[in-house]
Design a protein around this ligand. Structure first.
Ligand code: NAD
Length: 477
């Protein structure tokens, strides 16, 4: 006799109401591949209703101290539901439970920082009287909300990256229409329940789930959407940029992150951090280490230590506290990674460890004897694969790091001040991390890339600049 399993059905959240739909999408547990939830599939009318509700909400006051209180309460609400949310993340993403708990804690912090920033949005006095003929004038600027913000988010960090958009957008006085990733929408829906109980005014947050391409298109066609904030692949980012017209767009896209390990580096520390940040979340992190350039003097000992750390990583059930690496998001993604690694091997790469796929799992894999033109180096792998190679000249390694279409973050292990300063000047990225890997991030720092990695910054303080317009007010006295 089979036991009936109740699978929760989640509706859309529009104008403060949950809206059930007949058509739903199955959300899978990425480890067991069993259905854990069903989410409503939006139709065009739902998306139009969501935008309308967001626009209407802007007509009612939502003062900074109220935004602060709501965001603070939502942060507490997330913490109260930490274990439930961590379990959801472990299931819907396949993220190890310790990392999932960490994501919930970071998400709460992101909302808390957004709450604090809600009280600090300000303009400045502008000395217009300094211009001849303006002696009797005075001016100041103020930052006003952009209006309706459409937020579109990826699968890999589905709670904290949603908070990085919703938190600052609300803090700045905007309304939001959120479209979470199809394969990992449940944590965002629970976040919405948390906001509902935190006193958020009706219409300030609306959630539409379903197919990204359709919802994206309906949002792009709706001129009541004032701004798009998107985190995801460069392909979709570019499409949004092209179709958004003159509206504001913030894009947080991919990377093939490099980390340099110089000859004076602490081998134990650097090899451990590089191994951890190459395989974290099965490599499905935008700042995951993908290319490692090690000075030839320390290459052998660095590689041996990195292999030891990698071989000790436990691959398995994300809900088992011993697990370091869970499944990839889908078998087709694991098959793509397998194909890219096999292609590299055919082109001369050696597998130092890993290199095998088992269904949706791909082993943490270190490749050597690579060249910079292989797909595993040039494109974003977004899987647990890292390519390790050597260099002997500082200028040469900087130009190899820069020889990339991407530029999100890079890491450099060295205590050589001259090299560090040169790298800070010359490496073309949004963030350079000295004595850690490209994978370092805290939630209040400015975060965002150059080149194909996107445009505009996140981090509540910085994205609030993007989510507000500067207005100058001039008095003729
Ligand atoms: P994706 O581009 O496939 O999907 C992202 C979101 O866009 C999803 O919600 C999806 O439904 C939606 N979407 C899909 N087609 C669309 C369309 N035509 N119009 C509008 N929306 C559409 O990305 P993904 O696979 O979910 O995430 C992986 C990518 O995200 C990687 O490239 C990774 O580097 C990047 N990423 C970047 C950051 C960052 O902060 N820079 C953080 C995390 C992930």
């Amino acid at each position: 006799m089979s036991t009936a399993v109740s699978i929760e059905n989640f509706g859309l959240f529009i104008k403060g109401q949950w809206r059930e739909k007949r058509t739903t999408t199955d959300v899978l547990n990425k480890y067991t591949q069993k259905v854990i939830a069903k989410t409503a599939v939006s139709e065009e009318q739902d998306v139009q209703d969501a935008v309308k509700a967001a626009k209407e909400a802007l007509t009612k006051p939502f003062h900074p101290y109220e935004r602060y209180a709501v965001l603070k309460k939502a942060a507490e609400g997330l913490r109260e539901r930490q274990e439930e949310l961590a379990t959801i993340l472990a299931e819907e993403v396949g993220k190890p439970i310790a990392d999932s708990r960490g994501e919930v804690e970071r998400a709460a912090l992101t909302l808390e920082i957004s709450a604090e920033e809600a009280k600090r949005i300000h303009g400045e006095g502008i000395p217009v009287e300094a211009a001849p003929g303006s002696e009797n004038r005075q001016a100041y600027t103020k930052r006003v909300p952009v209006g309706v913000v459409a937020a579109i988010t990826p699968f890999n960090v589905p709670l904290n990256l949603v908070c990085h958009k919703v938190g600052p957008a609300l803090a700045a006085g905007n309304s939001v229409v959120l479209k979470p990733a199809e394969v990992t929408p449940v944590s965002a829906i629970v976040l919405t329940e948390v906001f509902e109980k935190s006193g958020l005014p009706v219409g300030r947050l609306n959630v539409v789930t379903g197919a990204g391409s359709k919802i994206g298109e309906w949002l792009l066609q709706n001129n009541d959407v004032d701004m798009f904030t998107f985190t995801g692949s460069p392909k979709v980012g570019q499409l949004i940029r092209e179709k958004a017209g003159l509206r504001k767009v913030v894009l947080e896209l991919g990377n093939n992150s490099a980390t340099i390990v110089h000859k004076d580096a602490d081998i134990e520390q650097s090899a451990t951090l590089v191994a951890q940040k190459s395989f974290n979340n099965a490599g499905q992190v935008c700042i995951s280490v993908q290319r490692v350039y090690v000075h030839e003097d320390i290459y052998e000992s660095f590689l041996n230590k990195m292999k030891d750390v990698t071989n000790a990583l436990v691959v398995g059930d994300p809900k088992d506290p011993a697990t370091n690496i869970g499944p990839m998001i889908a078998e087709k993604e694991a098959m793509r990674v397998e194909k890219w690694v096999n292609e590299a091997i055919q082109e001369g790469a050696s597998v130092e460890t890993g290199g095998k796929r088992d269904g949706v799992f791909y082993e943490p894999t270190i490749l050597t004897h690579i060249n910079d033109n292989m797909r595993v180096c040039r494109e974003e792998v977004f899987g647990p694969v890292v390519a390790v190679t050597t260099y002997n000249d500082v200028d040469d390694v900087i130009s190899r790091v820069n020889d990339s279409e991407y530029g999100l973050q890079a890491g450099l292990f060295t205590n050589d001040l001259a090299f560090a300063m040169k790298a800070a000047d010359q490496i073309e990225v949004g963030g350079l991390i000295i004595n850690d890997t490209s994978g370092y991030r805290v939630d209040h720092m400015p975060y965002g890339g150059v080149k194909k990695s996107g445009s505009g910054k996140e981090g509540p303080k910085y994205v609030i600049e993007e989510m507000t317009e500067e207005r100058i007010v001039v008095f003729n006295l």
